[in-house]
Design a protein around this ligand. Structure first.
Ligand code: F6P
Length: 489
């Protein structure tokens, strides 16, 4: 997507116009749903990476709300604009913020700490100071954007201080917060030198949402331990004379949208072309992930390699396709993962490929929605094996595209999605032998059993879409009279 944004009503309705903020519903996330890149001095907008954007874009479009976030490019001072039927309100991130707030505190402290410390988190006071300063900037921008008595929905770990900062500026608002990634067990969270401040930031919200009950339980435990709030498993949290709610709201996808793209007339020819290029008689084992060390990409490559080495899988029978969406490339651990993955792909192809016939196809780029769905339709076995993951929407997207109940999902026990998709082949993603065994069962599964499992998973995803997710969160956040205008319909 590279279309140009327009100014339209957005500017008039925020601070640069009549002087009165006038959006009744505002989503706040670290990134805007579109990211800015410059090529030969020209601006290009592309869809921002990650499950958060794909989940919230349809909600923001339906709500005719504003979205406050960063454009993805440093030191830009952009005016509000409209794009994809969403009023986009940019917050400036300087080069220094990018280093200390984004790459530092967000992605080298919080990200690994909240993901079971699968990489060692680093704690630096200047990164924390930058996190505070950027959260303050977001809170001020939101305060200037939302109308009196409006509702604000703050997203994810980058902005955990915004709820309390915003409440101090605008006590008239209803404030929700949703954490897209796991909330860690108390033993891990306790390491954070600023644990009390983070919890007090979150407690500024009226409703705090988590992906799973387990995450909510982890949160309640540390609230009781490190703050003066009263938290129990039953009933609301009491804090500062207010009552607030912490609950699990498992996120989902737009099932109909994915299914309809899968059924669109030009999808099948794309799938056919892909199949022919991969070798029509070979089963396709597919992985699609952000190139992130939490996703377990290297473990699954090792499992496939060992199956080839053992002779249990022959290069003529199966081929692996790994799509890796570039992510956080300047963070050292991500660069190291890329090196490891590319080395493994090279090694496996070197040992088992032929000239013109690879056994692992590795594609490092973002796919268009049409190509993504064609890829899902091509995968006979879908590998979603993160070491730790809040939900994982790839698992749900795959299921939504399998309208004929074909295909098998291999899913990590440590993805939030495993709580719902219990008919997947569930694996411990650290257990390379276990992953190999799951690949083998998927490749050899009786088609009737596979179809039965897929049908059950499809019913679950169809029965709880991203719209249901948003509806249940917004129902807890705002009074009934405001809900209709936010959720439409
Ligand atoms: O879902 C986790 C998340 O960090 C989102 O907050 C974010 O939009 C997405 O992954 C992509 O990450 P980043 O914004 O760091 O590229």
């Amino acid at each position: 997507m590279t279309s140009a944004p327009t100014k339209s009503s957005t500017e008039r309705r925020t601070r640069s116009g009549a002087g009165q903020p006038s959006w009744p519903f505002v989503i706040v996330a670290n990134r805007l749903p579109v990211s800015l890149t410059r090529r030969k001095g020209e601006k290009h907008w592309t869809t921002s990476p990650g499950g958060l954007v794909s989940a919230l874009t349809p909600i923001a479009q339906r709500a005719h709300g504003a979205w406050v976030g960063w454009s993805g490019s440093v030191d830009d001072r952009l005016e509000p604009f409209e794009h994809d039927a969403i009023a986009q309100v940019p917050v400036t991130i300087s080069r220094q913020d990018h280093h200390d707030f984004y790459q530092g505190f967000c992605n080298r402290t919080l990200w690994p700490l909240y993901h079971d410390a699968v990489q060692n988190p680093e704690y630096h006071r200047h990164w924390w100071r930058s996190y505070v300063a950027v959260n303050e900037r977001f809170a001020r921008m939101v305060a200037e954007t939302v109308q009196a008595d409006g509702a604000v929905w703050v997203q994810d770990y980058q902005l955990q201080l915004v709820p309390a900062l915003l409440r101090a500026l605008r006590p008239d608002l209803r404030i929700g917060f949703f954490l897209h990634i796991p909330f860690p067990p108390a033993e891990l969270f306790a390491r954070l030198p600023w644990r009390r401040q983070v919890l007090e930031g979150l407690l500024g919200a009226d409703v705090i949402g988590f992906q799973t009950e387990r995450n909510r339980g982890n949160f309640l435990r540390v609230v009781g331990q490190y703050t003066r709030a009263q938290a129990s498993d039953a009933g609301p949290i009491r804090h500062d004379g207010r009552r607030l709610q912490a609950a699990a709201y498992p996120i989902s996808i737009d099932f109909e949208l994915y299914e309809s793209v899968a059924l669109a007339p030009d999808t099948e020819p794309r799938v056919e072309r892909l199949r022919q290029r991969l070798g029509s008689s070979r089963k396709v084992i597919l992985g699609i992930d952000r190139l992130d060390y939490t996703k377990g990409i290297d473990h699954r490559l090792r499992a496939f390699h060992e199956l080839l080495l053992s002779g249990l899988v022959k290069p003529s029978d199966a081929v692996m396709v790994q799509v890796a969406v570039p992510s956080r490339e300047r963070v050292a651990e991500y660069a190291e993962l890329r090196r490891r993955v590319e080395e493994l792909v090279g090694q496996i192809n070197g040992e088992f490929g032929e000239v013109g016939v690879a056994v692992v196809h590795y594609v490092r780029r973002n796919l268009t929605p049409e190509n993504l769905v064609a890829m899902y339709r091509t995968g006979d076995v879908m590998m979603v094996t993160p070491l730790c993951d809040g939900m994982n929407l790839v698992a749900k997207e795959y299921v939504a595209t399998r309208f004929d109940n074909s295909g098998t999902l291999v899913l990590s026990e440590f993805a939030g999605a495993a709580e719902e998709l219990t008919d997947a082949l569930l694996v411990n993603p650290h257990d390379v032998d276990g992953i190999g065994a799951a690949i083998l069962s998927a490749l050899t599964m009786d088609p009737v059993e596979a179809a039965g499992r897929m049908a059950k998973m499809r019913a679950i995803v169809r029965g709880h879409t991203v719209h249901d997710w948003a509806r249940s969160f917004v129902a807890d956040l705002v009074p009934a009279r405001q809900r209709r205008s936010i959720l439409g319909g």
